[in-house]
Design a protein around this ligand. Structure first.
Ligand code: GDP
Length: 589
């Protein structure tokens, strides 16, 4: 009897070889015998793969489509890529750890201590420079540490859709306990759904009070495991290098409980950890690979820039040829300096990189428009589209005593349909960190008897994050209630603004364009559209281009001829009708 295996709809020869546990050459031979000439990286479709597999004694089935991840499109891009990988190809990768905690509690000392005690020995290579991340080996397993402590860096990465870290080590000084930035760090880690290991530091100090601090931790929801909670609390002294082995053990234990995986053979994606221009060397960047294997000589796009990897080095400065998931590397060759936290990915060549960036620029303009939907008045838009059923809030107040009543009154407004999730509530003015957390988590910032710092205000404007300040609690509650109610009522309606008929179909690079005549009304470049064929809707989406005699135009009125391209659609036939519509807010009484 043949063995059953699941394969995706389309895969490369190399991937098929992995599924069938065969050499790629043997696959190529079977393909050739069936009249298909393919190289190792070529995509083949399911039917072809099925034939090859059958000849090799396998019966293939299509994977069951499992929507395991809610709101796939709202996931960060690197997660989308991993979610799309076939589970069979995912392999464990080293956990990526970042260290957070209150100032002076010992983050830097801990990072240095770990580096010096554990960094895998070996020659330090030609480039001795701090690269922003390092790896250590514990019990023969690697752990990657990000070297920029603090939740600002952590959340800044998330705000750009990148990976902060898989695990947070929260440093709490045993002589000082849970402090405001400890709480803030906890909230940032929670908002990112990243598990926390507590390093209870400075236990060497005579005034250390570990038991008291554990109680404080329990009060903020981090109940130590020795009290039947699920937070591992490891007593350490970063200064005296005590307890570090236990801390590594704890990190690996937590790592084993969450799926820290990637496909080393998959699409390459990762995050820029830091980057700067250096005289004589051009742009030097530290990258963390999150999926796939990056190779010297490849071309990457990183944020808004691109370049060919002239050379890559490991964190010790040794030149290497390739690097897999969770590996930090140093590279040279980018044209410009990307911001820390930007994603990078591999592209075939520099020309393609240029093209993709141009397209991104256009999309970025659209995203900014989308972000405007984060104002309170328009939040219900997102709820309507099913994108969210949660109102996420960051709350800053003047005095500690106001936090509890405000949070609980807001919680009271929660309904079955709309959850209220307070990501962070603290005293003090609204600062950059609050706005960053809001950006990373699609949240709104509410202030009670406080103001927003200038920098926070500027950042909020740039990111289109809504900051609302109040001096009367009742008004705050009223606004949120209105937003929730608004969220629930169907306030949008569709208005058809015009029709165009496809008269001819023209091939263009990479697809087709419909040569149309506007039958009635108006066709607008930024409107939504559907394609009707014999009165059946065969496409629903939006225009990606509208041209009149090769010129891009904003709109085309009745009687005019124009070229229409629909986003992600490539099938036009004469007689098709393109219906153009807008979605507008319903007039309310
Ligand atoms: P950060 O602001 O969290 O990065 O804290 P640092 O690593 O700069 O440490 C702040 C201070 O605490 C420094 O003077 C350290 O020497 C000291 N420190 C850090 N860890 C320990 C420890 O385990 N024991 C003692 N006694 N002092 C420590």
């Amino acid at each position: 009897m043949s063995k059953q295996i699941e394969i995706p709809d389309s895969l490369t020869v190399r991937e098929l070889a992995q599924y069938l546990d065969a050499s790629p050459i043997s696959i190529i031979k079977v393909l050739m015998a069936n009249g298909v000439m393919a190289n190792i990286n070529q995509q083949i479709d399911f039917e072809t793969a099925e034939i090859v597999a059958a000849e090799m004694g396998f019966e293939v089935v299509r994977p069951q489509i499992q929507e395991t991840v809610e709101n796939f499109s709202s996931l960060p891009r690197w997660r989308q890529i991993i979610a799309k990988e076939n589970p069979v190809l995912l392999k464990p990768r080293p956990p990526v750890v970042t260290i957070l905690g209150h100032v002076d509690h010992g983050k830097t000392t801990l990072l240095d201590a770990i580096r010096h005690t554990n960094v895998a020995d070996g020659e330090v290579g030609g480039i001795t420079q701090h690269i922003g991340a390092y790896q250590i080996k514990h019990n023969n397993r690697l752990i990657t540490f990000l070297d920029t402590p603090g939740h600002a860096a952590f959340t800044a990465m998330r705000a750009r859709g990148a990976q902060g870290a898989d695990i947070v080590v929260l440093v709490v000084a045993a002589d000082d306990g849970v402090m405001p930035q400890t709480r803030e760090a906890i909230d940032h880690a929670r908002a990112a759904h990243v598990p926390i290991v507590v390093a209870l530091n400075k236990i060497d100090k005579p005034n250390a009070k570990p038991e008291l601090v554990k109680r404080q931790l329990a009060d903020v929801g981090l109940v130590p495991d020795e009290w039947e909670g699920d937070t591992i609390v490891v007593p350490i002294s970063a200064k005296q290098k005590q307890g570090l082995e236990d801390l590594m053990e704890a990190i690996l234990l937590v790592a084993d409980n969450i799926d820290i995986q990637a496909n080393p053979e998959g699409e390459v994606i990762g995050t820029v950890i830091e980057a700067q221009r250096e005289s004589g060397r051009g742009v030097v960047a530290t990258l963390l690979i999150q999926n796939g294997t990056l190779r010297a000589g490849q071309t990457i796009i990183a944020g808004n820039t691109y370049g060919k990897l002239r050379a890559i080095f490991d964190y010790r400065g040794n030149a290497i040829q390739k690097a897999g998931p969770s590996t930090p590397i140093l590279m040279m060759g980018l044209r410009d300096v990307p911001a820390a936290g930007e994603l990078f990915e591999v592209v075939p060549n520099e020309r393609k990189a240029h093209e993709i960036l141009a397209q991104r620029e256009q999309e970025a303009a659209e995203t900014t428009q989308k972000r405007q939907a984060m104002s309170l008045e328009q939040l219900f838009n997102r709820l309507q589209s099913g994108e969210t059923n949660e109102l996420r809030l960051i709350i800053k107040v003047d005095v500690q005593g106001s936090i509890e009543p405000i949070v609980s009154s807001l919680k009271d407004l929660e309904t079955d349909e709309v959850k209220i999730n307070v990501l962070h509530a603290a005293t003090g003015n609204i600062g950059e960190n609050d706005v960053m957390l809001a950006t990373a988590s699609d949240a709104i910032v509410l202030g009670f008897n406080v103001q927003a710092d200038n920098t926070a205000q500027k950042m909020a404007e740039a990111e289109n994050i809504s900051i609302r300040t109040y001096d009367i609690i009742y008004r705050m509650l009223e606004d949120i209630e209105k937003a929730i109610k608004g969220m629930l009522s169907p306030e949008f309606e569709e208005e058809v603004i015009g029709h165009a008929e496809v008269r001819a179909v023209f091939p263009v690079r990479g697809g087709q364009v419909g040569g149309c005549r506007v039958l009635d009304g108006v066709i607008r470049r930024n409107a939504k559209a559907r394609l009707l064929r014999n009165q059946n809707v065969i496409y629903e989406g939006e225009l990606s281009s509208l041209k009149h005699h090769q010129e891009d135009v904003r709109e085309m009125r009745q009687g005019f001829e124009c070229g229409i391209n629909l986003k992600n659609h490539n099938d036009y036939q004469p007689g098709d009708v393109i219906e153009c519509y807008i979605v507008k807010q319903k007039e309310t009484l």
